[in-house]
Design a binder for this molecule. Structure first.
Ligand code: S3P
Length: 429
């Protein structure tokens, strides 16, 4: 994919459904009694992997990709069947980690794997707490990564109070989902609050689940019932248009129907810290999640310090925030973000390498990046490392950089935003 500098981006855009919420709607719909109707479902490859895995376990799922509508014919907490082969999660960490929690409690055994990237990502973070709950789950090659083997069991898991060393919604959700099948309640406490879509959706479907500060507590064996679920637009996808609108002179973009759940909206706070002209309009609620329209105009940005409790609320947006920081006056420090190293690629190394190729002054730290902004970027050949968020971040950088930029492996945007490039082009006046 070759992209050139543009003079402005103008217009309105509606981003596809939230990836985290789309995954959960399929998984929890499968565990509920009755038919869950999902609208604005994300047709990204990751969410299609989740659909594939649950179909393999005997759940009937109708997908209408033209209308982004999915019907999940749930069979209740104990209705899954053993798949005939190995479950394949593709590139999706959310699928593998959340399903580990569910599968640890089933009467049947499962083997689960995925692509090259997923086979390098740490699964010890779910294996450890699930083993504490009595699950028989292991990394087959013994390196803490997929493929995973999970043995069936005929007794309930043990409810535990788990203190997670990382703020991770995937870890929290895996333990809470296993907690659905526990003998006593299960709680998870994290260093900072991570996204709470699991808690909100399970509660809507009838689970007894509460958040108290950094702790989530779930009681076992609820009767989950099907509901209609409307998926908000993904703020992580909206972030590329927010950044592009802010850094490309003359731009004005209205991004409609974006989820602004407080555990996800750190990008908006960072834009405000950087002095951006950003307005959150028409705030309303879907079933359980807050949504709004976001209006951005080109702005003179200043550097900011981003760390602590803010990090889990914008973890997937950090690559594009690093791009924004290159166009801001002064220094931006991103810290407390070592989790970036274990995403679809090592996003600290990949961002530093690629931004440097474009002429940015950026250094890697143990837990983040330091960017000296205010230097113009120039086009370069950028390797996405098949990481969708890297490809989209550099597409944004390319539109604001001199000359042309080539993105290698650009098609990986298919993971979370199949129409990304055409949506971006639709805003070129
Ligand atoms: C996700 C949680 C985050 C995020 C990922 C989706 C989820 O991962 O980066 O894209 O849906 O729970 P971690 O839980 O590993 O932080």
């Amino acid at each position: 994919m070759i992209l050139q500098k543009v003079n402005a981006l103008k217009g309105e855009i509606t981003v596809p459904g939230d990836k985290s919420i789309s995954h959960r709607a399929v998984m929890f719909g499968a565990l509920a009694e009755g038919t869950t109707e999902i609208t604005h479902f994300l047709q990204g490859a990751d969410c299609l992997s989740t659909i594939g895995c649950f179909r393999d376990m005997g759940i009937a799922i109708e997908n209408d990709p033209l209308n982004n509508k999915v019907m999940v014919h749930g069979k209740g907490l104990h209705g899954l069947k053993q798949a005939s082969g190995i479950l394949n999660v593709g590139n999706s960490g959310t699928t593998m980690r959340l399903m580990s929690g569910i599968l640890s409690a089933q009467t049947f055994s499962t083997t689960m794997t995925g692509d090259d990237s997923i086979q390098k990502r740490p699964m010890g973070r779910v294996i450890t707490p699930l083993t504490m709950m009595g699950a028989d789950i292991k990394s087959i090659s013994g390196n803490g990564c997929a493929p995973l083997e999970i043995l069936g069991r005929h007794t309930p898991l043990h409810g535990i109070s788990y203190h997670s060393p990382v703020a991770s919604a995937q870890v929290k959700s895996a333990v809470l989902l296993a907690g659905l099948y526990g003998d006593v309640p299960t709680s998870v406490t994290e260093p900072y609050v991570s996204r709470n879509h699991t808690e909100l959706m399970l509660k809507m479907l009838g689970a007894d689940i509460e958040n108290q500060g950094n702790t989530a507590v779930i009681k076992p064996e609820p009767d989950l019932h099907a509901e209609k679920i409307t998926v908000p637009g993904d703020i992580s996808s909206a972030a590329y248009f927010v950044a592009a609108g802010l850094i490309i002179p003359g731009s004005e973009i209205l991004i409609k129907n974006v989820g602004i759940n407080p555990t996800r909206n750190g990008i908006i706070k960072v834009c405000e810290m950087m002095g951006a002209d950003i307005k959150i309009e028409n705030i309303r609620n879907t079933d359980t999640e807050a949504v709004a329209d976001i209006l951005v105009r080109h702005s003179e940005l200043t550097g900011a310090e981003i760390g602590g409790a803010l990090i889990p609320t914008l973890i997937d947006e950090l690559p594009v925030i690093a791009v924004m920081a290159c166009f801001a006056k002064g220094k931006t420090i991103i810290k407390d973000a070592a989790e970036l190293k274990v995403k679809e690629s090592n996003r600290i190394d990949v961002m530093v390498h690629n931004l440097s190729l474009m002429g940015a002054k950026v250094t890697a730290t143990e837990d983040g990046l330091i960017i000296e902004g205010g230097r113009p970027l120039k086009g370069a050949v950028i390797d996405s490392n098949l990481d969708h968020r890297i490809a989209m971040s550099f597409a944004v950088a390319a539109l604001a950089a001199d000359d042309s930029t080539e993105i290698l492996g650009a098609e990986c945007v298919n993971i979370s935003y199949p129409d990304f490039y055409s949506d971006l082009k639709s805003l070129v006046p």
